[in-house]
Design a protein around this ligand. Structure first.
Ligand code: BTN
Length: 281
């Protein structure tokens, strides 16, 4: 582990000047391993990208999964497609490495793992009792009060197709003040909405617990999962535009079907999108 060599939260707060809610101590890590499904973890005060690190570690055979890679700050956070993930101190950024055998998650189920990751984050945020709308934007972004609060990036190393990396970036106590202009009008942080800061280690624990629970439903309690995706779908009933590689479609979103596809009613008929980017909604 790359954690700083300090024992208590107080001493760490004093030494680092980092706010109490944003500090991770060795005791927090012990608690994470004890109370979640994490078997191994790495902590980085600074790293380029936790997903890049995860893909690198997946090439080694010595790891136990689920493996958590957590970073206080990412210098080159990756987003979907060619996007970057913009980060500032106080965000929760981590990657979870799963192998499909111990996670009982065969690759054909991975598209569902993507929706389920977003759902688990929604449910973890629900636990904060903010009394605000928390929705899932297909395929796996989380929206709080209509703005993006969390992005998820799933990757699998080409040479290790049995490994799945779930990268999660959650705006918690970070400020969007220095964020690119476009983000300032489309993103939100938990602290902005809650009017107070949230403890990152408590929230991480909650997200991991929700993830373990909901991922374990895949393949055996799918009906309940579908019902949950549907009730949280941000796009249902909205006119949307979806980019599907070389072409894009416009229509009314009719929700998410049992295969995880986004259903769009276009002028030409119903179209099911299994992958794509919703650019307008
Ligand atoms: C998106 O919204 O396009 C997905 C963003 C995913 C960001 C997270 S932050 C932790 C992990 N490491 C990365 O480099 N990216 C993901």
């Amino acid at each position: 582990m790359g954690a700083r060599d300090v024992r208590s939260k107080d001493s760490m707060v004093r030494q680092s000047g980092i706010s109490r809610d944003n500090v991770f101590t060795p005791a927090d890590f012990d608690d994470l391993v004890r109370s979640t499904f994490i078997e191994e973890f790495e902590f980085h005060p600074e790293i380029d990208s936790t997903n890049a690190r995860a893909l690198c570690l997946a090439r080694e055979t010595s790891h136990r999964y689920p493996l958590l890679i957590l970073a206080e700050h990412q210098t080159a956070g990756r987003g979907r497609g060619s996007n970057r993930w913009w980060g500032a101190p106080g965000a929760l950024t981590f990657s979870l490495v799963l192998d499909h055998v111990t996670a009982q998650l065969p690759p054909r189920r991975w598209p569902q793992a993507s929706l389920t990751t977003g759902l688990a984050v929604c449910e973890a945020l629900e636990g904060l009792r903010l009394n605000r709308s928390i929705q899932l934007k297909w395929p796996n972004d989380v929206y709080l009060e209509g703005r993006k609060v969390c992005g998820v990036l799933l990757e699998s190393p080409a040479e290790q197709p049995s490994i799945l990396v779930l990268g999660i970036g959650l705006n918690v106590n970070n400020s969007l003040q220095n964020a690119p202009q476009e983000l300032q009008s489309t993103a939100v942080t938990l602290a902005d909405v809650a009017g107070r800061s949230c403890c990152l280690s408590d929230l991480l624990k909650r997200v991991l617990q929700c993830l373990a629970e909901r991922l374990s439903w895949i393949g055996c309690r799918d009906d309940e999962l579908w019902a949950r995706y549907r009730e949280r779908c941000l796009l249902t009933g909205r006119p949307i535009c979806v980019e599907l590689g070389q072409r894009s479609i416009r229509g009314l979103c009719r929700g998410i079907d049992e295969e995880g596809a986004l259903v769009v009613e276009t002028d030409e008929g119903i179209e099911k999108c299994f992958a794509g980017v919703v650019t307008q909604f």
